[in-house]
Design a protein around this ligand. Structure first.
Ligand SMILES: CC(C)(COP(=O)(O)OP(=O)(O)OC[C@H]1O[C@@H](n2cnc3c(N)ncnc32)[C@H](O)[C@@H]1OP(=O)(O)O)[C@@H](O)C(=O)NCCC(=O)NCCS
Length: 138
């Protein structure tokens, strides 16, 4: 949420690194040389009744690199990584009306619901979140 203090961002990313070290999170980045242009994370469910499942989260592409297919490429790589890790079901949620909603639809994700007022956006208002899933071939 803006304004985002660097200290707050560091705490967030340290949490991501800790989850990666514990084996429950995978971070994929799109690189242009040394420059990170975009990223997405896979959160691996650890509970026994859901260890076939993963959540795609925090997909973003820097403004300078948008509309060049990077998000699509990250999602394609995310799917093959998830499959390699034995996951056969992906879930993802995103803000209704945002660019990622169209992307999920065009990638073949199935919309299974929408919850009004689920998350707060940068301007402080609550907005609707749409929930998607995708079965991966085993
Ligand atoms: C959503 C986001 C990741 C898309 O990244 P991107 O690299 O520009 O996306 P791509 O070029 O791979 O486009 C993939 C598809 O997304 C949709 N899309 C992306 N940007 C769009 C836009 N501005 N308007 C409409 N559709 C858009 C299109 O369906 C597009 O497919 P197409 O190019 O065949 O039409 C990027 O806009 C972003 O980081 N937004 C802010 C963070 C965010 O909303 N993240 C999603 C959280 S789940």
């Amino acid at each position: 949420m803006p304004p985002l203090a660097e200290s707050e961002a560091r705490i967030y990313w340290k949490g991501v690194v800790a989850a990666m070290r514990s084996g429950t999170r995978v971070l994929l980045v799109a690189l242009d040389g040394d420059l990170i242009q975009g990223s997405v994370q896979i959160d691996l469910e650890t509970r026994a009744n859901g260890n076939h499942r993963a959540e795609a989260m925090k997909l973003f592409v820097h403004r300078r690199a948008r509309r060049r297919g990077l998000a699509r490429a990250l999602m394609v790589e995310l799917e093959s990584t998830a499959r390699r890790l034995g996951r056969t079901l992906l879930v993802m949620d995103t803000r209704q009306g945002g660019e990622a909603e169209k992307m999920c639809e065009s990638l073949g994700y199935v919309r299974y619901g929408a919850v009004p007022g689920y998350a707060r956006s940068g301007d402080g208002r609550l907005h609707t979140t749409v929930f998607f899933c995708r079965q991966l071939d085993e």
